[in-house]
Design a binder for this molecule. Structure first.
Ligand code: PXP
Length: 240
């Protein structure tokens, strides 16, 4: 049964809109765990637009499930990860000014740099995941890099403009999950997932974990964190 990690970045986005001290992503993480979430995800961006260093430190202290740190593979972020030691580090590309992560890593183009970063993180006890697009080359290269997991980018499925295209994208994700499984790489998925598009996806075999943020935080603003998390957990774990 797939797990669900809740990305609480946008609780921090709301806080940073007023440079205030609430709402607190730490409180959201605790509420998520109380509702049954399997993990908590945050992205500490180099521009610190939402999650702050203080959030990461506090979450390391309070998260009882598993803390996943999304991070660019930069010297600054590696130093922070090696110090704080999240349970999992998910390496993502980062571009100044982007609204959200725009696509998967160029794993082949950054092979040597990623190889070194993965080695350092794994040697220090962290599980490493690479955010990749659903293409064979990225998944095969992630396996060569001995990443523990790939997080397959679900944008093409989430943004499909027709039902027919959505089916094509779903089949592509299933094929890529099958490939990663055969290559012995664990499978996470995320980006753009919501209460409407998760159900078809959660039927795909071998998925270890979904990482979902915006849709859950958006719903939580209206119905509360506990209800928003529980409703998503029901959909993610529907196909026992
Ligand atoms: N996975 C990655 C690599 C991301 O960068 C994000 C956004 O921070 C997510 C998953 C969650 O995406 P969403 O907020 O659309 O659920």
């Amino acid at each position: 049964m797939p797990k669900l990690s809740i990305n609480v970045d946008h609780v921090a986005t709301l806080r940073q809109a007023r440079k205030a001290d609430e709402p607190d992503p730490v409180a959201a993480a605790i509420a998520s765990e109380m509702a049954g979430a399997d993990g908590i995800t945050i992205h500490l961006r180099s521009d610190r637009r939402h999650i702050q260093d203080r959030d990461l430190k506090m979450l390391r202290g309070v998260v009882k499930t598993a803390l996943n740190l999304e991070m660019a593979s930069t010297e600054e972020m590696l130093e922070i990860a090696l110090k704080i030691k999240p349970d999992m580090a998910t390496l993502v590309p980062e571009r100044d000014g982007e609204i959200t992560t725009e696509g998967g890593l160029d794993v082949s183009g950054n092979f040597e740099q990623l190889n070194q970063a993965i080695g350092k993180l794994q040697l220090n006890g962290m599980v490493v995941s690479l955010f990749v697009n659903p293409d064979e080359e990225s998944i095969k290269t992630a396996a060569k890099l001995r990443a523990d997991y790939v997080e397959i980018n679900t944008d093409s499925y989430a943004d499909a403009k027709s039902a027919a295209d959505q089916i094509i994208q779903l089949e592509r994700l299933e094929k890529m999950a099958g490939l990663a499984h055969r290559l012995n790489v664990g499978i996470n998925m995320g980006h753009g997932l919501n209460y409407r598009n998760i159900t078809n996806l959660s039927q795909i075999p071998h998925i270890h974990e979904f990482s979902i943020g915006h849709a859950i935080v958006a719903r939580a603003v209206l119905v509360g964190f506990e209800k928003a998390v529980k409703e998503m957990l029901e959909l993610v774990k529907k196909w026992k």
